[in-house]
Design a protein around this ligand. Sequence first.
Ligand code: CTP
Length: 208
Amino acid sequence: MVTAGPTYEAIDPVRFIGNHSSGKMGFALADELAKLGADVTLIAGPTAQKSNAYVKRIDVVSAEEMLNACTSIFSETDITVMCAAVADYRPKIIASQKIKKQESALVLELEKTVDILATLGKNKRESQILVGFALETNDEENYAKGKLEKKNLDLVVLNSLNDQGAGFKADTNKITIFNKALERTLFELKSKTEVAKDICTAILKIIK
Ligand code: CTP
């Protein structure tokens, strides 16, 4: 199972809270895993990316829909890679009508969404491999290692927004992978297809 893209959290019938994730990294991973012979289900937030015919695709919009899709198939999966940029907060109330402009400022109350990756980490069997991403802007390695341990991951893939050519819209990415033993592997800036290959190689190392 691979998740990709952003989630959109509705404010009213015309507006949402989203993020800049393009879905490119997750789609490249789904492709690469399928090429290696995996039976891939790709759970995709709203994105313009096109998936290949040999990947089973489930489209979702919100963090809650992504959570439901993930939890419904997680027990059947051997490898899960959570690449999606899931919203951490959503509007507490979704207005049923378009919110009209007012004289004063508008205050939206936000509530936390469920951390999908942490939920899967709690329910993971010994034989399942769970890979998470960490997108950071500062103190990157410590935050990434913290996520690996807190969310019970086998690998964490760190992206730093401080690296040129890495991040949301680019066709390239620069990653660092940490395994459970907190061993670090640094990679050069590469196309997202090449990065997907590196992540698959790291996963295969665990299986062997
Ligand atoms: N993630 C998730 N569900 C959420 C939030 C994040 O499954 N509600 C997953 C992402 O897919 C990613 C990992 O958790 O694999 C880390 O996401 P990131 O946004 O870097 O970190 P957070 O845990 O949300 O923490 P913070 O935003 O404070 O850095």
